[in-house]
Design a protein around this ligand. Sequence first.
Ligand SMILES: [Zn+2]
Length: 209
Amino acid sequence: MTNQFLTLPDDERLRIAWPTANHSLFDAPEKFFARIRVNSDYGKPGWTRDCGKRFHRGCDIAPVKVTATGRTTRVIFTNCATNTDFESDEPTFVPLDDVFCVFDGTVAEVVADENVSDFGKHVVIEHAWPLGGAKFFTLYAHLSEAPSVTVSSRILQGAKVGRMGQTSRSADARNWMAIAPHLHFEVRDTDGRSYDPVEFLKRFLPPGP
Ligand SMILES: [Zn+2]
């Protein structure tokens, strides 16, 4: 895995659907991405976790609807400039948004057991570029309920894939998702290489609100 994104094909034209009810990418991007208090780049593609050690291949889309739990959880932030850690108690939230298929396709993978993957409960959908015919894939991660879609079934743009959640086999990831709930969304080619998911959304979503 390299720390850069594939270039989207120049000549393809898709008309995709928003993956969640959060449509603020163009007018209020600060509301589109999941955020944590001390890192303004949290949630964006390419954002490097652990002071640059891990490249973020997806984008983390913040929910529109959340329930505040009234509880806090302790997280450890790192100041990468000084390489020092500091603890903070942060409020936690549960997301309520539905997650939707962005383009017509076929369900390629359904993982309903959160303990087998860092993506937790997740769905992968296979699509074809309309012009070139090559396959590409969209991935919807950290879902809450066991997704109701089934492998090999056809799924249409805008159909419900599942519900936003906070699942992952990684306890550390679950902890960060508790304070910044989100859908982790990726776009990949057949070799598992990633496109910049925000470039994908910006290019192929319909214009306007
Ligand atoms: Zn993510």
